[in-house]
Design a binder for this molecule. Structure first.
Ligand SMILES: Cc1cc2nc3c(=O)[nH]c(=O)nc-3n(C[C@H](O)[C@H](O)[C@H](O)COP(=O)(O)OP(=O)(O)OC[C@H]3O[C@@H](n4cnc5c(N)ncnc54)[C@H](O)[C@@H]3O)c2cc1C
Length: 467
C-alpha cells in the first residue's frame, strides 16, 4: 500500500464550505429599514425558519409572513452540512426507542412521511438540489459494532422498516473499502441533497408564495406589548401577532433555551471530482450516504459531480461554549480526517481535497430537537437538532405552526414534543463534564465499545453528548 501524506492531500484545500462556494448563491434580499407588521414573524433563515415560513403560507395563503435572517440565508449549519436528509426524528431508532418506546412506531411513520413530503416539495417547486433518495449504508469496521447493529436491525424489522443486512462481501460490493466487515442498508430512511441549494431553493419558494424576507437583519430583542410582539432589529421593528424561532444554536432570544443547548463543532472535507477509473475502484453505483458505526463516526457521500464529502469523527466543544469564526477551521481535525479517508479508501491515494470547513451544531442532551412555547402561546420554538436537522427541521416547523394555531394535532400530542431535555450544568462544570464525556467516548471506541462508569451513569440519567 502507498503511504499517503494527509498534509499533501490537504495542501490546496480552500478554507470554506464547499456547498456555499457556488455560483448558484443568490443575491441577498434587502435589510429591514423602518417598521412593518406581520401576522407571523419567523426568525432565522436556515432550514428551520425557511420551512416554517413556506408551510405557514401553504397552510394559509392570506397570512402575512416575514422572515428575518441575521446574516445570509443558509450561511450556517443549513448550508454547510453533509446533506443527509434523514427520516429519523429521534437521532436514530435506538435513541427513539430508549426515550419514547411507546411512540417509536408513530415517530418512525411520521419521519418517513416527512421525508416523502420533502421530496414532494422539492419536485413541486422544482428545486435543483440534487435530491436522491438513495438511503444510507451503515458500515461496521469492528466486530462489536456488528453486535450493536443487530439491535437496530431487529427493531426496524419489528416496525416493518426496510433495513437490509449485508455481509462483508455484499457491503464491499456496494462501496469498496477494505475496512468494512458488514453492515446494513437503510433503504428508505435517507435522501442526499446539496444543502445550500436546498436552502436557496426554499428561499425562492418562500418568495414565490409571498413571504417577505429580510437578510442581514438580526433580531436583537423581542418586546412583548401584550397587543403584539415587537421584534427589534438594528434599523427597524416588526410588529407581529405570532413569532416562530428557528435560530439554531445562536444566542437565544428566549433566555431559558440557553440551559439546554451547547455549540459543538463538526468538520468536513471535500475531494476533487473522481475520475471514471477512481470511481470504478470504489463502486458506489447506488450512491448511498455512508456512515460508520463507532461512537466517533464518519459520514460520507458522493456529490453530483462525483466528489466525496468526508466528515465527522471529532465533535469539538470549546470550553466556555462560545461561537467564533476561528473555530470553523481546525487543522488537527482536518489532518486526522484526511488520514482516516486514506485508510478507508487506499485506492484513492492520488485524490486531493479542495475544501475544508467546520460548522456549529445545536446539541442538546437528548440528541433530538425539542419544542415549546412562550408569551402566552404566541411564540413557538424548535431547536436542538444535534447534527440531524436536514430532514427533521421540516417536522419541527410543522410542530411550531401547530403550536401557534393552538389546536392539538397528532404531532403536538406526542410525549417527544411535550417533554424537554435535561439541561446542561452551568460552566465550568459544563466544560469539564463534556470533555470527560468526549474522552470516555474515544476510550469506548478503543475498547470494543465498552462504556466506562461515567458513560453508564450518564446513560442512566438520560443525559448524553453527540454531534
Ligand atoms: C458540518 C455539519 C454537518 C452536518 N451534517 C448533517 C447531515 O448530514 N444531516 C443532518 O440531518 N444534519 C446535519 N447537520 C446538522 C444540520 O445542518 C442542522 O441540524 C440544521 O441545518 C439546523 O437548521 P436550523 O435552521 O435549525 O439552524 P441554522 O442552519 O443554524 O440556522 C439558524 C439561522 O438563524 C439565524 N439567526 C440566529 N439568531 C438570529 C437572530 N437573533 N436574528 C436573525 N437571525 C438569527 C442564523 O444566522 C442562522 O442563519 C450538520 C451540521 C454541520 C455543522
Amino acid at each position: 500500500m502507498r503511504f499517503v501524506d494527509p498534509l499533501k492531500a490537504l495542501a490546496d484545500a480552500e478554507r470554506k464550505p464547499y456547498w456555499l462556494d457556488s455560483p448558484a448563491k443568490p443575491e441577498p434580499q434587502p435589510r429591514l429599514f423602518g417598521n412593518t407588521t406581520a401576522d407571523l414573524a419567523v426568525v432565522g433563515g436556515g432550514f428551520s425558519g425557511l420551512w416554517t415560513a413556506l408551510m405557514a403560507k401553504e397552510r394559509d395563503p392570506s397570512l402575512d409572513v416575514v422572515l428575518l435572517e441575521g446574516r445570509r440565508i443558509g450561511w450556517a449549519a443549513s448550508g454547510r452540512n453533509g446533506g443527509f436528509a434523514m427520516a429519523t426524528l429521534t437521532h436514530g431508532i435506538a435513541n427513539g426507542l430508549e426515550r419514547w418506546p411507546e411512540e417509536v412506531a408513530t415517530l418512525e411513520r411520521l419521519g418517513l412521511a416527512n421525508l416523502d413530503e420533502i421530496g414532494e416539495t422539492v419536485a413541486r417547486y422544482d428545486i435543483d438540489c440534487g435530491y436522491e433518495r438513495t438511503g444510507e449504508l451503515n458500515v461496521a469496521t469492528e466486530p462489536w459494532q456488528l453486535e450493536e447493529m443487530r439491535e437496530s436491525v431487529q427493531i426496524a424489522h419489528e416496525l416493518g422498516i426496510r433495513f437490509d443486512v449485508l455481509d462483508a462481501d455484499q457491503i464491499r460490493a456496494e462501496v469498496n473499502s477494505p475496512t468494512y466487515i458488514g453492515g446494513f442498508w437503510e433503504r428508505d430512511g435517507c435522501a442526499m441533497v446539496d444543502p445550500a441549494r436546498l436552502a436557496w431553493g426554499l428561499r425562492q419558494a418562500c418568495l414565490s408564495v409571498g413571504v417577505r424576507i429580510y437578510e442581514r437583519t438580526p433580531v436583537r430583542n423581542i418586546k412583548d406589548t401584550q397587543a403584539s410582539m415587537d421584534l427589534l432589529t438594528p434599523h427597524g421593528t416588526v410588529r407581529a401577532a405570532r413569532v416562530a424561532l428557528g435560530t439554531g444554536v445562536f444566542q437565544p432570544l428566549l433566555r431559558r433555551l440557553k440551559h439546554f443547548l451547547v455549540p459543538v463543532y463538526d468538520y468536513a472535507l471535500m475531494t476533487e471530482p473522481l475520475s471514471a477509473e477512481q470511481l470504478a475502484s470504489v463502486g458506489w453505483h447506488n450512491r448511498q450516504g455512508v456512515g460508520d458505526s463507532a461512537n466517533q463516526f464518519h459520514y460520507y457521500r458522493l456529490t453530483a459531480d462525483n466528489r466525496i464529502l468526508w466528515g465527522g469523527y471529532d465533535a469539538v466543544y470549546y470550553n466556555g461554549g462560545k461561537i467564533k469564526p476561528e473555530y470553523e477551521q481546525r487543522d488537527e481535525t482536518f489532518v486526522k480526517l484526511a488520514g482516516h479517508f486514506a485508510t478507508t479508501f487506499p485506492q484513492l491515494s492520488e485524490l486531493r481535497f479542495t475544501h475544508r470547513w467546520g460548522g456549529v451544531i445545536d446539541t442538546c442532551s437528548r440528541f433530538s430537537a425539542f419544542y415549546g412555547q412562550s408569551h402566552g402561546g404566541r411564540l413557538a420554538y424548535a431547536v436542538g437538532y444535534t447534527g440531524m436537522g436536514v430532514g427533521a427541521t421540516r417536522f419541527g416547523a410543522n410542530v411550531m405552526l401547530d403550536l401557534l394555531n393552538g389546536e392539538p394535532t397528532e404531532r403536538t400530542e406526542l410525549r417527544m414534543v411535550k417533554e424537554k431535555p435535561l439541561p446542561f450544568p452551568p460552566e465550568p462544570v459544563r466544560s469539564a463534564g463534556i470533555q470527560m464525556t468526549r474522552w470516555s467516548i474515544a476510550q469506548a471506541d478503543l475498547h470494543q465499545g465498552r462504556r466506562n462508569l461515567w458513560l453508564r451513569t450518564l446513560d442512566r440519567m438520560g443525559l448524553g453528548f453527540d454531534s
